[in-house]
Design a protein around this ligand. Structure first.
Ligand SMILES: [Zn+2]
Ligand SMILES: [Zn+2]
Ligand SMILES: [Zn+2]
Ligand SMILES: [Zn+2]
Length: 500
């Protein structure tokens, strides 16, 4: 066999790299034989015309430039129907769809029921009509003044004259009844002060204009409708006959996802048209060239058949060989988790797990990201759980001592506030406020002390590894916080109800 075994070599070295430093010598993974080849999958992409019309209406004229403007809404609807019919009849859309597909990486490979649109296939039609309510005048005669703009002055009832306000209408000078009134000159009437003698007042709703803006069109007079027409193609892809291809390859393709093949797993190409049998213009023939290998290997004396698929060499069917390779380190970690022995990490996987746990990332998926094959999910979870427990076991002694200290110190602080005259000089309101805030402050301080103590102890043990800002205080820690709070409640009740 002179065939190049590119992905087989890559697969083998990746597995050996995983084994390295994890209780398994790289040489323990050996290649027995590999059937590697580049296979060709073929598929058909069917395209159907797709047209989408989105309409909207608004008051006023269109501000769009360079669009087709029609005079009536009826003409607009007609134009839309015409565009739809023409689009489905002509096959220029298929040509454009192919041109658009050629710009994409996979020519639409794997695209089932997706929509392809292109920007120069967007058309906008516009029609503007007069507002039917105001007939394009944009306004209505004012209902208050019937379009006159003025109303009759209610003070003088339109006469422009009012009964003289100085003499009260009797014509005599109030200061000297023998003389005529200086304001009305004895006529008993004076010019109206409200309407300035005109007898009418400006109509308030229309401000004298006689018209108010049309409510239907908000004073615009015209209404515009826009139709945005998007033309495109609906794509539907189907894989052609796959007989003769290895079943492992087909499983791998469905695992990777057909639509993902163009994303670096396979080379997609258009199959040139056979001049003997011309194909439909709405159909594209595609092919995907994908490397695939059925590989027989031996891992630590045990045979296994694995697969490697795609240009990025996705590995499939890898047995969880790290589970057993890490058997002894896992047993030691379990003992450390129970505090039986000090925590010691000797393998790379355990080192990685330790780093993650110190950073507070205890989710098993974090470890599986580093070991995507070869390590089972159950074992990843077991390792992370035990690592977390083992770290707490490391700091247990210190945390116990500090827990006792926190309990005593907190009790002391509470006693100081409840039984000493410390709060006496303060007002009752301030004293109550301080007493209410006390448990929160004290429990918070205790949590901080316990967490930082755990962090300090871990930092001393693993000086070179990065640590999360706070560390779990463990069950002892939470029990301590609960006790501190209970102590506060007891003291509070005692002081309040028994009146010590
Ligand atoms: Zn109107
Ligand atoms: Zn008016
Ligand atoms: Zn008046
Ligand atoms: Zn008068």
């Amino acid at each position: 066999m002179t065939e190049q075994k590119t992905i087989t070599t890559t697969a083998l070295s990746r597995l050996q790299a995983l084994a390295q430093g994890n209780g398994l010598a790289p040489e323990a993974i050996k290649l027995v034989e590999s059937k590697e080849a580049t296979y060709t999958l073929t598929g058909v992409l069917n395209m159907t015309p797709h047209i989408e019309v989105r309409t909207n209406a608004y008051n006023g004229r269109s501000k769009l430039k360079g669009v087709q403007v029609l005079s009536t809404f009826a003409a607009l609807n007609e134009e839309i129907t015409k565009a739809q019919q023409a689009f489905e009849k002509e096959d220029s859309w298929a040509k454009e769809a192919v041109a658009e597909l050629k710009k994409t990486k996979g020519y639409g490979w794997g695209q089932s029921d997706s929509l392809l649109t292109w920007s120069d296939k967007k058309t906008t039609l516009v029609a503007t009509e007069n507002c039917p309510t105001c007939n394009g005048t944009a306004q209505h005669p004012c209902p208050d003044c019937q379009g006159i703009g003025f109303t009759t002055c209610p003070h003088c009832e339109g006469r422009g004259q009012e009964l003289c306000y100085l003499c009260g209408g009797n014509g005599q000078d109030p200061a000297n009844p023998a003389k005529p009134c200086p304001t009305c000159n004895g006529t008993r009437y004076a010019p109206c002060r409200h309407c300035n003698q005109t007898g009418r007042l400006l109509c308030p709703p229309c401000q004298g204009k006689g018209f108010i803006p049309c409510e239907s069109c908000q004073g615009a007079g015209v209404i515009t409708r826009e139709a945005h027409i998007t033309k495109g193609a609906r794509l539907s892809f189907s894989l052609s006959a796959t007989s003769g291809l290895p079943s492992g390859l087909l499983r791998a393709v469905s695992r990777l996802g057909e639509a993902n093949l163009p994303k670096g797993h396979a080379d997609i190409a258009l199959v040139p048209e056979d001049p003997e049998k011309p194909q439909k213009k709405t159909t594209l023939l595609l092919e995907a060239k994908i490397p695939y290998a059925d590989i027989k290997i031996v891992i630590n004396g045990k045979g296994a058949i694995i697969a490697c698929a795609g240009k990025m060499g996705r590995l499939l069917g890898i047995p969880a060989f790290l589970d057993s390779a890490l058997k002894e380190p896992r047993r030691e970690l379990a003992r450390a988790a129970h505090g039986a022995i000090p925590l010691k990490v000797t393998t790379r996987a355990m080192q990685d797990a330790l780093k993650l746990a110190l950073e507070g990332k205890t989710n098993p998926n974090a470890l599986r990201r580093l070991y995507p094959v070869g390590l089972s999910g159950d074992v990843a979870k077991e390792i992370m759980d035990h690592m977390e427990l083992a770290l707490r076991a490391q700091t247990r002694k210190l945390r116990l001592i500090l827990a006792a200290f926190c309990l005593m110190a907190s009790g002391g602080v509470f006693a100081l506030f409840f039984f000493s005259p410390l709060l006496t000089p303060l007002s009752i309101k301030t004293a109550t406020l301080i007493k209410a805030a006390l448990p929160v402050l004290v429990v918070g301080a205790d949590w901080f002390v316990l967490s930082q103590a755990a962090r300090w102890a871990l930092k001393r043990k693993f000086p070179t590894l990065p640590l999360a800002a706070t560390q779990s205080i463990g069950r002892t820690g939470y029990a301590t916080l609960g006790l501190v709070f209970a102590l506060y409640v007891v003291l509070f009740l005692a002081v309040t109800f028994l009146r010590f």
